[in-house]
Design a protein around this ligand. Structure first.
Ligand SMILES: Nc1nc2c(c(=O)[nH]1)N[C@H]1C(S)=C(S)[C@@H](COP(=O)(O)O)O[C@H]1N2
Ligand SMILES: [Mo]
Length: 306
């Protein structure tokens, strides 16, 4: 199967030898999912522009340094607290302007899609970034299945809000439940996925189990976790961070080195992890996905519509 969107970041072209050895240890117990590709890597060297070298972060980095405010605002709170969240059974309510509204069980959703691997850079608005090998499916596949009706222009998402299991909900940091939204064409873009795994394993609770959005060209807060509701709507939906501080967190939230956060520059980012990649890198327009997504915003003022 063609994997257009992972072609420039395979294990073969981005894995330097010292990291290769590391990953081999990590994945030794994982079974065949990634094994074949890895064995073919040999003593590959990083090549080309290091900013584009999407070398996946370690499992412990990806699952130990998180933003999931439902479990606290510290980076290690989610890893400590998210085990309290019950993720089985799980269902998503899909409503609004769709032909087949209803409550879809996770099993039902997953029975109709093909899970594939996507290695994406995740860029937080706070200026750190990681590279994550997600497993998931295109959101478009789910939206096409439920049938998007004429008149739908946006997609709204909501996270579970269960106070007994989410200590962070006691603190009114944002107006719970956590909500996000995309324009319909952004939601239908082939880069936009619903992730259910990392490194071929079930996605851990702190990363948004059992199913979360990943929109790689936008700041991380758009990639809403532990989704329980998806609504197709006519008007631009209310979103959590935009409501909190519209000047700091726009609805679009496209990664943009030219549009600084009012309290800090967005010109650079820091890759989580040690060694070579712990220094700062220049932020890339659309987080490096300009070629794929720039056409969505033709003619738009990306400073005003940040
Ligand atoms: N429901 C929910 N989704 C969320 C968040 C959150 O606090 N709650 N944090 C967001 C932010 S700011 C980022 S950077 C990413 C972090 O994803 P990760 O922890 O898997 O790296 O999740 C996003 N999705
Ligand atoms: Mo973030």
């Amino acid at each position: 199967m063609a994997r257009r969107y992972t072609s420039k970041l395979t294990w073969d072209d981005v894995t330097p030898e010292h990291l290769y050895l590391n990953r081999r240890q990590i994945m030794a117990g994982m079974g065949g999912v990634l094994g074949a590709g890895l064995l073919g890597a040999g003593a590959a060297q990083a090549q080309g522009d290091p900013r584009l070298a999407l070398i996946p972060n370690e499992w412990d980095e990806i699952t130990g340094y998180n933003n999931f405010y439902e479990f606290g605002t510290g980076k290690d709170d989610p890893a400590r607290n998210a085990h309290m969240m019950t993720t089985e059974p799980w269902s998503i309510e899909i409503d609004g302007l769709v032909d087949n509204p209803g409550t879809y069980s996770l099993e039902d959703i997953l029975s109709e899609v093909e899970i594939e691997e996507r290695i994406y850079r995740l860029r937080c608005v706070e200026r750190w970034s990681m590279v994550v090998p997600w497993n998931g499916f295109e959101l478009a596949d789910l939206l096409n299945r439920v049938g998007v009706q004429e008149g739908a222009r946006y997609v709204a998402f909501e996270t579970l809000a269960r106070p007994e299991e989410m200590p962070g909900l006691r603190v009114p940091v944002i107006d719970w439940p956590y909500r996000e939204g995309l324009r319909l064409d952004e939601a239908m873009h082939p880069l936009t996925i619903m992730a259910t795994g990392i490194y071929g394993r079930d996605i851990p609770n702190q990363n948004g189990a059992p199913i979360r959005l990943v929109v790689p060209w936008k700041y991380g807060y758009k990639s809403i976790k532990s989704i329980v509701r998806i609504s197709l709507v006519e008007e631009q939906p209310v979103t959590a961070w935009n409501t909190y501080a519209p000047n700091e967190y726009g609805f679009y939230s496209n990664v943009n080195p030219e549009r600084d956060h009012p309290r800090w520059s967005q010109a650079e980012e820091r890759r989580i992890g040690g060694g070579l990649f712990s220094r700062n890198f220049p932020t890339l327009m659309f987080n490096g996905y300009e070629e794929e997504v720039a056409s969505l915003y033709e003619g738009m003022d990306l400073i005003e519509f940040h």
